[in-house]
Ligand binder design. Structure first.
Ligand SMILES: [Zn+2]
Length: 63
């Protein structure tokens, strides 16, 4: 069960669906690189929160 601050994304390398934690204190737009937990390839995340305050993944691209 994903946490409230987790947002779903599909890995650009292996296409598995995963969840990434979006830091509520990190602002409405956050960019960082994290390895895919499935295929271990780095993913460049662009995440944040929408108008309702829900975590969203704007983009998840192969680094
Ligand atoms: Zn992957």
């Amino acid at each position: 069960m994903p946490l409230e601050s987790d947002a779903a994304y599909h890995c650009p390398s292996c296409f598995e669906q995963n969840y990434v934690a979006v830091d509520p204190s990190g602002g409405r737009r956050q960019r960082f690189v994290e390895d895919c937990p499935v295929c271990c390839r780095p993913i460049a995340f662009d995440v944040g929160f929408d108008a309702e305050g829900d975590p969203v993944v704007f983009s998840a691209e192969a680094e």
